[in-house]
Design a protein around this ligand. Structure first.
Ligand code: FAD
Ligand code: NAD
Length: 459
């Protein structure tokens, strides 16, 4: 607990849950000298998700796209405590968060942290829509460990297939790489995977690389559903040329040890697979679900409902939520949204500090007229806290073969771009959005290394 301010007012405790786009942006832009700041997250680093699809095949190294929470905290004005653990419950009435420490694996330590303000930025978990067998057999693409797992599976399948005779059905099974979900995650990963096979694996294992089939399964008629129709068509045409097999209007209904079962209309197909990556979007985390159950006004199953000031509906003024753990019409679960929400919250907390100071001074004065003046100044300041306004700047996606698509929004105007120049723009944009200078340098060096030496094919 940091000491009180010189005027005697106690420092309020701000607990931030998570270390992703929402929480870390807030930490970076908050005046941490004004609060006791405690960050709680099981992950002691920030992960730059836009380049995660490049990681399993080695276009970028994993260490290039992470930044320790403590490094971010050290660069802020005040003191920040980092607690490595998972929030498992929130007591809204008593303003406490129950945290399960990650350090004590055998007997986890559970502690209650008291807060004055709470920011929930716990993100989301992968959605399986209850499809049987997914958790047991598929890999997700959300965390660093997922990227490592996918890489291991690719290398294993290739190595096992290479020692089997060409006509062995087991060999084709191992070389079927299936990606489920044609949203940006599935598309970008399928594109990176095909690049790796055609540009690098083909040099060392030409026969195997020809036999590998990359299959993208999508339940709706289109991939990249939120992009402009012309860009969707461009991406589909490119996938066709690059021999990424698209199975549209096809939903995966189940997965077992050997097969992915799909349904297209009335046709049911069992596709043997060697590697399966599951990217069908987001579902709320357990801690978010618990909060939803507790609060009367939380009646969406898609995420925590928030008001225009990012306060939790049905909570009190002290709980805010940002990013993928929330659901709000018009706000997609993207880094762009989480980032802008947290920039806004940073400003809000700087104002709340001033309001709390005025309220404290009012509570300390015995003179009625001074008290009223201080209280009304606090009210005026509170009324000046505007609503959050999202400014959509567009969306970008890498689609392989050094090509990208971009839907850009500049003011009221919208622009669509695709192709190799867009890929350069994509590179520029993704590099400039990296969290730290260190990340920027490492990512740029990875790209240069890959363009000169190719990707590494060892595990
Ligand atoms: P996250 O960034 O997921 O962070 C959540 C944090 O909470 C994590 O640190 C997690 O460890 C922590 N946490 C989890 N459970 C708990 C708990 N119980 N208690 C405390 N902490 C907890 N968006 C874009 O705009 N552009 C892109 O190019 C883009 N590319 C993407 C690529 C991939 C592969 C993926 C998966 C997503 C991508 N997104 C992109 C979406 C973007 O990553 C998310 O919208 C963004 O990460 C949301 O930020 P967040 O802070 O809400 O959640
Ligand atoms: P998504 O929700 O955007 O797409 C999931 C896709 O999976 C949908 O098209 C859905 O129809 C399909 N699907 C669902 N169940 C299926 C099934 N059983 N069989 C086959 N297909 C099925 O998910 P995402 O791609 O993981 O993206 C999540 C969020 O992150 C989105 O908001 C996205 O915009 C954002 N994101 C952005 C970028 C980028 O901007 N480049 C990259 C990755 C993610």
């Amino acid at each position: 607990q940091s000491p009180a301010f010189p005027n005697g007012s106690p420092r309020k405790t701000l607990v931030i849950l998570g270390s992703g786009w929402g929480s870390i942006t807030l930490l970076k832009h908050l005046d941490t000298s004004k609060y006791n700041v405690i960050v709680v997250s099981p992950r002691n680093y920030f992960l730059y998700t836009p380049l995660l699809p490049s990681a399993p095949v080695g276009t970028v190294e994993l260490k290039s796209i992470v930044e320790p929470v403590r490094a971010v905290a050290r660069r802020t004005k005040g003191e920040v405590r980092y607690y490595q653990g998972e929030a498992i419950d929130v007591d809204v009435e008593n303003k406490t968060v129950k945290v399960k420490s990650s350090d004590h694996v055998d007997e986890p330590l559970i502690e209650d942290l008291k807060y004055d303000y709470l920011v929930v930025g716990v993100g989301a978990q992968p959605n399986t829509f209850g499809t049987p067998g997914v958790y047991e057999h598929a890999s997700f693409l959300k965390e660093i460990s997922d990227a490592q797992e996918i890489r291991g599976k690719i290398m294993n399948s290739v190595a096992k297939a290479a020692i089997l005779p060409p006509n062995d059905p087991e060999r084709q099974k191992l070389l079927n790489f299936i990606v489920v979900g044609g949203g940006p995650t599935g598309v970008e990963f399928a594109a990176e995977l095909k690049d790796y096979i055609d540009q690098d694996l083909s040099k060392w294992m030409p026969q195997i690389s020809k036999e590998i089939k990359v299959i993208l399964v999508e339940a709706t008629p289109n991939i990249l559903g939120s992009f402009e129709p012309s860009l969707i068509q461009y991406a589909k045409d490119l996938f066709k040329r690059e021999r990424i097999h698209l199975k549209l209007k096809t939903a995966v209904k189940g997965v077992d040890d050997d097969y992915v079962t799909t349904k297209c209309g009335d046709d049911v197909e069992k596709i043997p697979y060697g590697v399966l990556v599951w990217a069908t979007g987001n579902a709320p985390r357990e801690v978010s679900k618990k909060l939803m159950e507790k609060l009367d006004e939380q009646d969406s199953r898609r995420g925590l409902l928030i008001n225009e000031k990012l306060q939790l509906l049905g909570g009190n003024d002290s709980i805010f939520a940002v990013g993928d753990c929330t659901f709000h019409p018009g706000l997609f679960p993207t880094a762009q949204v989480a980032h802008q929400e947290s920039l806004y919250l940073g400003e809000v907390f700087n104002k709340l500090y001033k309001i709390d100071q005025l309220k404290w001074e009012a509570s300390q004065t015995k003179d009625t007229s001074s008290k009223q003046k201080l209280e009304s100044r606090a009210q005026v300041l509170a009324a000046k806290i505007g609503n959050f306004k999202y400014n959509h700047m567009g969306a970008l996606a890498y689609i392989g073969s050094e090509k990208a698509v971009a839907d850009l929004a500049i003011g009221e105007s919208k622009y669509s771009m695709s192709g190799s120049f867009t890929f350069l723009f994509w590179k520029y944009a993704y590099l400039s959005m990296c969290l730290s200078f260190r990340n920027k340098v490492l990512v740029a060096m990875d790209w240069i290394k890959v363009s000169i030496l190719g990707r590494n094919s060892s595990v």
